[in-house]
Write a protein that binds this ligand. Structure first.
Ligand code: SAH
Length: 456
């Protein structure tokens, strides 16, 4: 018997929202049939219009809020609705942290089948604005010059932007200056449809502690007319610039950076500090975007690792060696592995920079390198993983289960793949002791977690 769908397209109905989706929409159920409505909050009663009806779920549009959530706030950012970079500004920060905690708990139960895992309240920021140390904005053209900002939601129309409330002010300043200077020297914007024009993206990186600035101009072709003058004016306009990079991306792609990088001025890297460790960061390397919370995250990982100085540690997906170098100060030996060669070059430079000599880094896939290490007799007492959103490769998880490190510390930017991988480790003889979510991305739906897993 097929269940009939209780609503029809274009119906106006009253609903009460009970949950948020992982992308921040409100969820209401009509006779068990879920409707997803943007901008609605749990606990709210509202009139909605049904705009799409699928077999198992539908979508609605918020028409009128009849009873407001006590956590609803006015959104401070004037471009919040058009931009889509943030999804939760209409929810108070306290409400966001509670929602993220619930999301982690729900996903661990639903996907990981982990009942009763201890999930701590989310560690949030005391000042949750202006936190991002990296901006990458698409460039377009309008009469009168270049614009740069963001793609309007669900389109590739670029909206010009002067300020982003989750960016560090310095990055806004860089984008404004580059826009103005490149307009002055007649640089054209890249046109996606015609695959013509020059400047595709402006990227800015800011060392929060050192105040050093990197500017990256991503262009379609290697030539950049008036290069010297553009560079000179950027250096004069923005205090702290230490590195100006041109990145050439000639492909028809949404991927921002291309393979070719040239230093136009200054250094190849900028430096920043997390705690007492200094890092060199190049244009293509991954570096956590919220430096204040990165410290919180790494301290948590370090505290779970409970190192005494005797341990062999493996740091999988190590990037520029950030976690590895933190751990190395308390371990006997740390092995880091990462797929991006430039990141490993940075990692080696970072080890040297901090005079840390008990680390060894390798370029490659964690799921290939770590099994090889294991064959060579390298066995970790503590294994840290910090994979991208898709989680750990199964081959890596199987090697962990064979290698049997006493502890696994799992740093995750996606609770769904964390839950999936925890289930595999649990079935392989491990126990999830506790999970500490950390809010690295206030006002967005993202949530980072550190999980402590022990051999049973
Ligand atoms: N631990 C680092 C980086 C975490 S981001 C930090 O905190 O800064 C995840 C990293 O995994 C990225 O640097 C990415 O390049 C790398 N990566 C992605 N797939 C990989 C794989 N299969 N093997 C090793 N590293 C990988």
């Amino acid at each position: 018997m097929t269940k009939t769908i209780p609503v029809q397209k274009n119906d106006y109905i009253e609903v009460v929202f009970e949950d948020l989706t992982h992308d921040g929409a409100g969820v209401a159920k009509v006779d068990g049939y879920p409707l997803f409505v943007k901008n609605a909050l749990p606990g709210e009663k509202a009139k909605i219009k049904v705009i799409k009806v699928n077999k198992g779920y539908g979508f609605g549009r918020l028409e009128e809020i009849l009873e407001e959530s006590p956590y609803r706030v006015d959104t401070p950012c004037p471009i919040y609705k058009e931009c889509g970079g943030c999804q939760l500004q209409h929810l108070s920060y306290e409400g966001q942290l509670l929602a993220k905690e619930k999301q982690v708990r729900d996903v661990l139960t639903r996907i990981g089948k982990l009942e009763n895992v201890k999930v701590h309240p989310v560690l949030g920021m005391s000042e949750p604005w202006r936190y991002r140390n990296k901006a990458q904005v698409p460039v377009g053209e309008r009469e009168g010059g270049l614009i740069a900002g963001f793609y309007q939601q669900r389109s590739h129309e670029i909206i010009d932007m002067e300020a982003c409330m989750i960016q560090q002010e310095k990055n806004d300043e860089v984008v404004q200056a580059v826009k103005r200077i490149c307009t002055k020297y007649g640089v054209t914007a890249y046109n996606e449809q015609r695959h013509k024009g020059s400047l595709r993206h402006i990227m800015a990186r800011h060392g929060q502690v050192t105040k050093e600035v990197m500017v990256v101009l991503v262009t379609r072709t290697p030539d950049l007319p008036n290069k010297e003058r553009i560079v000179k004016e950027i250096v004069e306009a923005v205090e702290g610039v230490k590195s100006i990079i041109q990145n050439v991306n000639s492909k028809k792609t949404n991927v921002i950076l291309g393979d070719e990088t040239r230093v136009l001025w200054g250094e190849e890297v900028i430096y920043d500090l997390i705690g007492n460790v200094k890092f060199a960061i190049s244009s293509r390397s991954f570096y956590q975007v919220n430096p204040a919370q990165t410290k919180v995250l790494y301290d948590q990982a370090l505290s779970y690792a409970e190192l005494t100085g005797e341990e062999t540690v493996i740091d999988a997906y190590c990037g520029i060696g950030t976690i590895s170098l933190f751990l190395a100060q308390k371990a006997k030996k740390v092995y880091g592995v990462e797929i991006v060669p430039e990141a490993i070059a940075d990692a080696n430079r970072n080890a040297e920079l901090n005079e840390i000599d008990n680390v060894e880094f390798a370029v490659g896939e964690a799921e290939v390198v770590i099994p090889n290490w294991y064959k060579e007799g390298i066995v970790a007492d503590v294994l840290v993983v910090d994979p991208p959103r898709k989680g750990c490769d199964d081959a890596l998880l199987q090697t962990i289960i064979e290698m049997k490190p006493k502890k696994v510390v799992y740093v995750s930017c996606n609770p769904a793949t964390l839950a999936r991988d925890l289930r595999i480790l649990e079935d392989g003889g491990y126990r999830t002791v506790e999970v500490q979510p950390v809010d690295m991305f206030p006002h967005t739906t993202h949530v980072e977690c550190v999980a402590l897993i022990e051999l049973k």
